[in-house]
Design a protein around this ligand. Structure first.
Ligand SMILES: Cc1cc2nc3c(=O)[nH]c(=O)nc-3n(C[C@H](O)[C@H](O)[C@H](O)COP(=O)(O)O)c2cc1C
Ligand SMILES: [Mn+2]
Length: 463
């Protein structure tokens, strides 16, 4: 299995020429982030020589849709159905003893100092160093089910993190604990395989353990081990685990921080995590996600697409494909193709998509033969199959993303483009031009093998 652990995945990337090893010394302040961004969508960046640190830093381990498909051992078009099946049928994880868990090779319970790890500063106006790629694991004390998500974590002290908890599952469990005056125990697993990483982003009902989604996706139970100082189970093959608790009734300044829409999230008083222990593998690798990079966008986008196609299917069963595009930050823009059977289904698709998530702002609906992943095709459909006065849907005054600066704290408009062809249109009108034989043709069968170029009699002047 390629994606058994971060290490096996990095080996796979290296074998296939997609791991850029950088031995030149790099600074943690901006330089590592800048280099990762230069390689975005092409290669992962593995920094062996981060200023003052022995520990290497890696970023961009999955920065294309194809790479996520490879990690899931499927193809680009099957990712969503595979992901949805795993969310619908999670599989229990397997608990292993400490001796069988590499993450226990080193255990630090005294003199905790997060600065032993090469933690970068990513963007110009960030408040400082941030851990961006930790799986944040907590447990529901009633059901004992765990919950997993990713939260940006500001280094606020040697053993203290500032955390942004948007109102979803972790926040809900923390508020319950805080109302009873209790801290909420947590563990932060850094450096896991890309499948487990993607599972953390699943949109599930409250009560589903995202690590069990990972087990389902891996076709084998994920191995977990109990923490040292908290009642939490963590992936046994994680590079690093930070153990701690979110403190009740404590809020401290956090931010600003460069976020996925390519703007800064503001500074404000946020919850605080007190670190109580650290465990890590021998020769650990520190992993960071550069915010707004393709890796970050796709991690959010793929699980959102899986949820979107399921909910559109309830209204329009003939939905074929969905794409939350990179330019729309993989959150705000959805392109959806359908096989239209009844007039008006294009509009129903828009309504269903906007109802799926408050983040979705603009929806483009196309017929099934338009490739939703090819944005030139999508633009062509908007250009030639859309008339604003009848095909445009605008909804004023709805809730959207608070991180979209064009909204009023999230309050704003939604819009849908119905680019489907009217069912009663005459055939030739929307007949795409086509060259017979084009699809089957392999251009290499035609071009001269020896690339000597034009014959001299065809040149203006002899060279
Ligand atoms: C790199 C990255 C950083 C994220 N940062 C935050 C964050 O700071 N705060 C937050 O609430 N969600 C953040 N998210 C989104 C949550 O992890 C995601 O919505 C998750 O599915 C929520 O899980 P839950 O439904 O179990 O609460 C981030 C996601 C990624 C991929
Ligand atoms: Mn959850």
């Amino acid at each position: 299995m390629r994606a058994k652990s971060l290490r096996t995945w990095l080996e796979y990337l290296q074998k296939t020429g997609r791991l850029a090893v950088i031995d030149k010394e790099v600074s943690l302040e901006f330089e590592a982030a800048a280099l990762t961004k230069k390689l975005d969508g092409k290669q992962a960046a593995f920094f062996t020589n981060v200023e003052d640190y022995e520990i290497p830093l890696v970023s961009g381990i999955c920065s294309t849709r194809e790479q996520f498909a490879e990690a899931l051992e499927t193809d680009q078009y099957e990712i969503l159905s595979k992901f949805s099946r795993a969310v619908a049928s999670p599989v229990e994880c397997r608990h292993v003893k400490k001796e069988a868990a590499p993450v226990k090779e080193n255990i630090i319970l005294d003199e905790i100092d997060l600065n032993i790890f090469p933690i970068p500063v990513h963007h110009e106006k960030d408040s400082g160093k941030y851990i961006t790629a930790g799986l944040f694991i907590v447990r529901d004390p009633v059901t004992r089910k765990q919950n997993v998500s990713i939260h940006r974590l500001q280094i606020s002290g040697k053993d203290k993190l500032g955390v942004l908890l948007l109102p979803r599952h972790t926040y809900h469990l923390f508020k319950q604990a805080e109302e009873e005056g209790r801290p909420l125990e947590c563990a932060i697993a850094i450096g896991v395989d890309p499948v487990t990483l993607l599972s953390s982003q699943a949109s599930t009902p409250f009560g589903v353990d995202e690590l069990e989604v990972a087990s389902a996706l891996r076709n084998e139970p994920l191995e977990l081990v109990r923490c040292e100082t908290v009642d939490i189970d963590v992936p046994a093959y994680a590079e690093i685990v930070l153990e701690g608790k979110i403190l009740p009734k404590v809020r401290e300044p956090e931010g600003p921080f460069g976020e996925f829409p390519k703007y800064y999230g503001p500074r404000g008083d946020k919850e605080v995590v007190q670190i109580t222990g650290i465990t890590h593998r021998n020769h650990p690798i520190f992993y960071t996600i550069v915010p707004a990079g393709y890796e970050h966008l796709l991690l959010g986008g793929i699980p959102r697409e899986a949820s979107l196609i399921e909910s559109v299917r309830q209204t329009v069963p003939s939905v074929k494909a969905v794409h939350m595009s990179l330019g729309g930050t993989c959150r705000y823009h959805a392109v959806i193709s359908i096989r239209k059977r009844n007039e008006g289904e294009g509009k129903n698709t828009i309504i269903a998509a906007l109802a799926n998530s408050f983040d979705i702002k603009h929806v483009v609906v196309v017929d099934e033969e338009v490739d939703v992943f090819n944005m030139e095709e999508v633009e062509w459909a908007v250009a030639t199959r859309f008339q604003a006065e009848k095909d445009l849907v605008v909804i004023k005054g709805a809730q959207g993303s608070k991180l979209d600066p064009s909204t009023d704290e999230g309050f704003g408009s939604k819009m849908g483009f119905d680019c489907t062809i009217p069912l009663d249109s005459e055939l030739m009108r929307y007949q795409r031009i086509h060259i017979p034989g084009f699809e089957e043709m392999d251009i290499h069968d035609y071009i001269n093998k020896d690339a000597s170029g034009l014959q001299s009699q065809h040149l203006e002047k002899e060279i």
